[in-house]
Design a protein around this ligand. Structure first.
Ligand SMILES: NC(=O)c1ccc[n+]([C@@H]2O[C@H](COP(=O)([O-])OP(=O)(O)OC[C@H]3O[C@@H](n4cnc5c(N)ncnc54)[C@H](OP(=O)(O)O)[C@@H]3O)[C@@H](O)[C@H]2O)c1
Length: 250
C-alpha cells in the first residue's frame, strides 16, 4: 500500500473503541488525517493523545442532532474527504417475541441511519477523482444472531448490505467505491461478555463452527478496511467481504 494514505483524510464513526479505533490508528500511522467520534470521553481523549492528526468528537449518533453536529464539525475544516468508514454500532439481544421498540430504534439509528446520513452530508467533500466508503456489517446479516438472539441487530446489519449494493451502483459513476466488511466474532468491547466464563459453553460451540478455530482481532478487520480504502482495491465495489475465520462456509 506504500504511502497511499499520506495527506489523505478519512472519516470513521466509532473510533473510540474496537474496529473503528484500530482503523483510526492504522490510518494515522500511514500518514492520514482522521476525523472520528464516539460517546466515551475518556476513550476519545486517550485516542487523541496518539496523534495530532486524529480529530475526535464526542457525538451521539443515535440522534439527528448528533449526526448533524458531527458532519458540520468535519465540514468546518474544509478538507477534502477521501474515505468514509461506518463502524459505530450497538447491539441489544432479546428474543423476537419481546423485542423492545426503543432498542430496535436505537440499533437502526446508530447502525444504519447515521451511516446513511453522514455519508450523504460528506459526499460534496469527496474529490472528483472519487473515494471509498466502507460499512461494517456482520455475519448476523446472513446467519442471524442466534445465541443470544437479536433479530433487530441482524436487521440493521442486513440493511447495511442493501445500502452497500445500492450506493455502489449509484455512486460508481463518480468513482466512489462502496463496500461492506462482514466480521465474524471479533474480540472487542462489544463482545467482551462472550469471552467471560459465563459464556464458555456458547463460545466453544461458536468457535467449533469457525474453521480457523479462533476469534478475530480488531486489527485484522482494520487491515481489510484499509485495503478497501486504498487504491489497491480500485476495481472492487459493491462487495461484502467476510472476515470471519471461514465461519460462512460451514
Ligand atoms: N465485535 C464483533 O464481534 C463484531 C462482529 C461483527 C460486526 N461488528 C460491528 O463492528 C462495529 C464496531 O464494533 P466493535 O466490535 O469495534 O465494538 P465496540 O468496541 O463496542 O465499538 C463500537 C463503537 O461504536 C460507537 N458507538 C456506539 N453507539 C454510538 C452512538 N450512539 N453514537 C456514537 N458512537 C457510538 C462506540 O462509541 P462509545 O463506546 O464511545 O460509545 C464505539 O466506538 C459495530 O458496527 C459492530 O456491530 C462487531
Amino acid at each position: 500500500m506504500g504511502n497511499a494514505f499520506e495527506n489523505k483524510t478519512f472519516v470513521i464513526t466509532g473510533g473510540s473503541s474496537g474496529i473503528g479505533r484500530a482503523t483510526a490508528l492504522m490510518l494515522d500511522r500511514k500518514g492520514a488525517t482522521v476525523f472520528t467520534c464516539g460517546r466515551n470521553e475518556e476513550k476519545l481523549s486517550e485516542l487523541k493523545k496518539y496523534s495530532k492528526n486524529i480529530f475526535v468528537f464526542k457525538e451521539n449518533l443515535s440522534s439527528e442532532k448528533g449526526i448533524s453536529e458531527f458532519a458540520n464539525k468535519i465540514l468546518s475544516f474544509g478538507a477534502e474527504i477521501n474515505g468514509f468508514v461506518h463502524s459505530a454500532g450497538v447491539i441489544y439481544t432479546e428474543p423476537f417475541d419481546t423485542f423492545r421498540k426503543h432498542e430496535l430504534e436505537e440499533m437502526l439509528e446508530v447502525n444504519v441511519k447515521s451511516g446513511f446520513y453522514l455519508l450523504q452530508k460528506l459526499l460534496p467533500k469527496f474529490p472528483e477523482t472519487g473515494g471509498s466508503a466502507v460499512f461494517v456489517s456482520s455475519i448476523d446479516a446472513y446467519f442471524g444472531a442466534v445465541n443470544p438472539p437479536s433479530a433487530g441487530y441482524a436487521l440493521s446489519k442486513g440493511a447495511l448490505i442493501s445500502l452497500t449494493n445500492a450506493l455502489a451502483s449509484e455512486l460508481g459513476t463518480r468513482n466512489i467505491r462502496v463496500n461492506a466488511v462482514v466480521p465474524g466474532l471479533i474480540r472487542t468491547k462489544m463482545t467482551e461478555d462472550f469471552f467471560t466464563d459465563e459464556f464458555s459453553e456458547e463460545r466453544k460451540k461458536f468457535l467449533s463452527r469457525v474453521p480457523l478455530g479462533r476469534a478475530g482481532t480488531a486489527e485484522e478487520v482494520a487491515k481489510l478496511i484499509l485495503f478497501l480504502l486504498s487504491d489497491d482495491s480500485s476495481y472492487i465495489s459493491g462487495n461484502a467481504i467476510f472476515i470471519d475465520g471461514g465461519y460462512h462456509v460451514r
